[in-house]
Design a protein around this ligand. Structure first.
Ligand SMILES: Cc1cc2nc3c(=O)[nH]c(=O)nc-3n(C[C@H](O)[C@H](O)[C@H](O)COP(=O)(O)O)c2cc1C
Length: 186
């Protein structure tokens, strides 16, 4: 296959995440593409510019939430990424809910929610990568099939290049598809 050389930019794919935290005693929300899973333990990470409004809230409170919106919330996802809490109060955008495990607002309208307690952080070129232990996790009842979170019902937004996309279908199961390659025995 002939390859076309691209600019050195991270084009994705990345899951669309809305991070929540308390700031000045109110919920605030910020869109993040730079987020995901940090290790085999239940630890998530999000990378936030040091000057963002929400960043100080996470530093002060020690908690953040990772909320996965469905594609129906793509406008809200984008809005939280183009407007700063320094200029606009984003607290009324969503219905917040809380858990006893810690003080970060989670978003009722989002399919999946993870409450994270900061366990580490690392500065990288004007951003802080926050690592957080998952201390509570929730899924919408209507996004579950046979007791398990259903990827198609969760309907996450995937960011790639300059587009927001959806998941079309399930194409395989982890730790299973690879075994079907007939040149390899385990
Ligand atoms: C699709 C998208 C992805 C983004 N990803 C990040 C990110 O990973 N880290 C970051 O610091 N800012 C990211 N941003 C920018 C912030 O979300 C944006 O500057 C926001 O207005 C900051 O809000 P705040 O000042 O209220 O915290 C992203 C924006 C968009 C639209």
């Amino acid at each position: 296959m002939k390859k076309i050389k691209l600019e050195n930019r991270a084009v994705g794919p990345f899951p669309g995440i809305i991070v929540g935290a308390m700031m000045n005693e109110k919920p605030t929300y910020t869109t993040v593409g730079a987020g995901g899973c940090a290790c085999l333990e239940p630890v998530l990470c999000v990378s936030l510019k040091n000057t963002h409004y929400i960043t100080e809230g996470i530093v002060q409170s020690g908690y953040f939430s990772v909320n996965i919106p469905s594609t129906a919330l793509v406008k809200e996802l984008d809005f939280c990424g183009i407007v700063s809490g320094k200029n606009v109060d984003k607290s009324g955008l969503f219905t917040p809910f809380f858990d006893m495990a810690g003080q970060a607002p989670m978003i009722e309208e989002c399919s999946l929610n993870f409450l994270c307690k900061v366990c580490d952080s690392k500065e990288i070129r004007g951003f802080t990568m926050f690592f957080g232990d998952i201390v509570a996790a929730f899924v919408n009842e209507d996004c579950v099939t046979n007791g398990k979170p259903d990827p198609i019902k969760i309907d996450p937004v995937i960011m790639i290049g300059l587009s927001y996309c959806n998941l079309e279908s399930v194409v395989g199961q982890p730790f299973s598809e690879g075994k079907k390659l007939n040149n390899f025995d385990d």
